[in-house]
Design a protein around this ligand. Structure first.
Ligand code: SAM
Ligand code: SF4
Ligand code: SF4
Length: 340
């Protein structure tokens, strides 16, 4: 079944955050020194996650992406993957990771039945990596990408958030690196989401600017026709190398957004920018039946009118979404809690 929201958008895609913890501190996501973490006792068990996933699947979700925080910090993640992989209705089962721990887990994840891996990689330069993430782990990330290939993952994607003056000169090198390891890079415009307290419009590198930078290096760039609701637009170089751009700031794609997010403690958000979510943990732990949870999801999605990025784009003066104080009071606003 497909369930339309108020703008006719179906619910197809679930981003499932398995932890809010992270082993990097990316400037664009976790720039502060201190964070308020979700209480451990609130974090859903795998059984609870699977119960919710099954209800989502019964409403039409057929794509599940595991995220975080850093999902590989969640103990026994391959066990969850294996349980999800046994559900034939999930046509696409993916993981987004910063790659630091991928060498340790790639084989187990592949054997558990994970379909696809996306690794965040913003730079190929060790000092820029240190500046961006406040950790010295570039070599581990690159080795993690190699490990994913060795484990047999074929459709590897590399996601790069582009920030003016930080890594915008590296776009051609990232395209070439991705091609050399059999992966595809997707450049993401730096977004003013919760957690991005250092965001400024003049640090956003627009899709148009990215294409100009890449065109100056590689020559003609062609557009690949869209075949899905995926946020990335795909482009192709003269030699056939493909790359993507996710222009969430300058050309938002809310009109086709079929995505929802479940935090590790069971809050369900129908938009990356939504201020409020639905507390599904309270329902589960309060003894609600699957049917009651299902009715709640139906009711919330049927009333969904979210178009956060489009609303932000229409603002004449844009500033970070949330101040540090409000993030401390409500960590659910954070990108690393919502799962990106
Ligand atoms: N830790 C994992 C990782 O980095 O891949 C998964 C979670 S992370 C929150 C998911 C995605 O959100 C990453 O690709 C990251 O680059 C992206 N992200 C975080 N903050 C962002 C921002 N301000 N603008 C654009 N993308 C952002
Ligand atoms: Fe970076 Fe992902 Fe961690 Fe955010 S959650 S700090 S994007 S590695
Ligand atoms: Fe979807 Fe909200 Fe992102 Fe728009 S801003 S694409 S509605 S999650």
């Amino acid at each position: 079944m497909t369930l339309p929201d108020r703008f006719g958008r179906p619910l197809r895609n679930l981003r499932l955050s398995v932890t809010d913890r992270c082993n990097l501190r990316c400037q664009y996501c976790m720039p502060e020194e201190e964070y308020v973490w979700l209480p451990k006792s609130n974090v859903l068990t795998f059984e609870e996650m699977l119960r919710l996933v099954d209800v989502f699947v019964s409403l039409g979700v057929d794509k599940v992406r595991l995220t975080g925080g850093e999902p590989l910090l969640r103990a026994d993640l391959p066990v969850l993957v294996q349980m999800l992989a046994q559900r034939p209705a999930i046509a696409d089962l993916a993981l987004t990771t910063n790659g630091v721990l991928l060498r340790d887990h790639a084989v187990a994840l592949r054997q558990a039945g994970l379909h696809r891996v996306t690794v965040s990689l913003d730079t190929l330069d060790a000092s820029t990596f240190q500046l961006l993430s406040r950790r010295n782990d570039l070599a581990r990330v690159l080795d993690g990408i190699a490990a994913a290939r060795e484990a047999g993952f074929t459709e590897i994607k590399l996601d790069s958030v582009v920030i003016a003056g930080v890594n915008d000169q590296e776009l051609p090198a990232l395209v070439s690196f991705a091609q050399s390891v059999g992966a595809e890079v997707r450049f993401i415009e730096y977004m003013d989401v919760g957690g991005a307290t250092h965001w400024r419009m003049d640090r956003v590198v627009s899709r148009a600017r990215m294409l100009a930078l890449l065109g100056a290096h590689f020559g003609a760039i062609g557009e690949v026709a869209r075949t899905s609701s995926a946020p990335a637009e795909q482009f192709v170089l003269a030699d056939g190398t493909k790359f993507g751009i996710i222009s969430s700031v300058t050309a938002p794609f809310c009109a086709s957004c079929d995505r929802a997010r479940l935090t590790a403690d069971g809050m369900w958000f129908t938009c990356l920018y939504a201020k409020d979510g639905t507390d599904l943990r309270a329902l589960l732990r309060g003894g609600a039946s699957d049917e009651v949870v299902r009715q709640k999801l139906l009711e919330v999605w049927a009333g969904r009118v979210d178009r956060g990025a489009e609303e932000r784009a229409a603002m004449p003066l844009r500033a970070p979404l949330a101040a540090v104080g409000s993030l401390r009071q409500n960590p659910h606003l954070e990108m690393h809690t919502r799962g990106g």
